[in-house]
Design a protein around this ligand. Sequence first.
Ligand SMILES: Nc1ncnc2c1ncn2[C@@H]1O[C@H](COP(=O)(O)OP(=O)(O)OP(=O)(O)O)[C@@H](O)[C@H]1O
Length: 257
Amino acid sequence: MAETEPTAVSESKQTLGPVAIAVDGAHVRYKVYEEPKLTARGLFNRAMRGRRSTEVHAVRGVSVEVNVGEAVGIVGSNGSGKSTLLRAIAGLQTLSAGSIQVRGEVGLLGVGAALKPTLSGYRNVMLGGLALGLSKDEVNERLDEVAEFSGLGSAMGRPMNTYSSGMRARLAFSIATLRVPDILLIDEALAVGDKDFRERSLARLDEIREAAGTIVMVTHNLSEIRKTCSRSIWFDQGEIRMDGETEAVLSEYSDER
Ligand SMILES: Nc1ncnc2c1ncn2[C@@H]1O[C@H](COP(=O)(O)OP(=O)(O)OP(=O)(O)O)[C@@H](O)[C@H]1O
């Protein structure tokens, strides 16, 4: 089986062709270990035999292209392979076959964004900004703007482990948009924010798209996709079941559920 790493093609935006992401015959297989049903006998047998190794074929020969400036929504049932594909596009997941080419910088925004729980919101903004390549002065200049956008108020000075999950998501989203990558991948990052924050985040995503950024967004919230994406992809059991205009795809998808 050929192992193909996603490749990053760094070129300036001015020289870009229309394709931002090219996925060609991508497969992802996970090796997983299973144990038998836990009866007393099963427990005994497990101890004696060890666990059984099996394979989950999460992405099955996916080919798709996304153009620069497009905003594409990905829908599909739990376990259909959406997050795996996003991680592969971000270069965080090795393909077992096929290839993925991206033009420019890719940022993956998810609820599991790497924030430091014991540090305050402000300190997390500083660390996140530095990790995104901004200088200390640049982050300092934008600290108030980020605090205001997050709407966290005085909670910005408190340790993040005192935040609710929605507050953490607000902070993660606000930090991630400090520096807009050429390609922004969003995995359910808006799901836990409240209505007011989601609306502001969607407006921010519009600005990103207008700045010629490319967005690929995985969410179970169809209205978010309707607001942001003109094109959508329906993922089903690791394959693309439908790819087209958002309304057409979402209506077929909703009929099926
Ligand atoms: N790290 C992993 N190791 C083993 N199997 C995994 C791993 N991550 C995902 N899988 C499996 O791959 C399949 C696709 O999972 P994935 O998270 O990509 O689905 P998804 O469409 O994003 O689901 P959801 O809508 O629930 O977030 C599932 O069967 C899942 O159990």
